[in-house]
Design a protein. Structure first.
Length: 151
């Protein structure tokens, strides 16, 4: 997994919200438990040295993980080709006045999470077949291992 972890750490270094090595490790662990098929493909790419296959497997995936920190997303337009996951873990994610779209969109915590996600303002969460639209004072608060999965 060294190639895959190095790739994630490279992404972390260029991320504008200051993704840390701890958060990258949490993303790797999330992929190990929630996406074993993807992990098998990544391990095959590492074994053969086929970095192009690795890039293709990761294309279109967005994983945002708060670890034990805070991520604030305001006035943004975020789109992912394959999937987007916003996992508060033991920290906090705040999303407002933002439009997020992906074929599969997961917002909240995974198993063992103690953090929270707050979504408000003029925010839209869209997946391939669902849409949640909030206006004005509307909002959603998710805590612990609760989550919303949109397909």
């Amino acid at each position: 997994m060294a190639l895959f972890e190095s790739y994630l750490l490279g992404l972390a270094a260029s991320a504008t919200w200051g993704l840390t090595e701890k958060t990258a490790a949490a993303i790797v662990n999330h992929i190990r438990t929630k996406h074993p098929k993807l992990l098998a493909s990544l391990e095959a790419a590492e074994t053969t040295g086929d970095e192009e296959n690795l890039r293709n497997e990761l294309a279109g995936l967005l994983e945002v993980a708060a670890a034990d920190g805070i991520i604030e997303i305001n006035d943004a337009l975020i789109s992912a080709v394959r999937s987007a996951t916003f996992d508060h873990q033991h920290g906090k994610i705040c999303i407002s006045d933002t439009e997020i779209s992906a074929p599969t969109l997961i917002t909240g915590g995974q198993d063992g999470a103690t953090g929270s996600t707050e979504i408000g303002g003029d925010t839209t969460l869209s997946s391939a077949g669902t849409k949640i639209v909030m206006r004005g004072n509307a909002g959603i608060r998710i805590s612990g291992n609760a989550s919303i999965k949109q397909n």
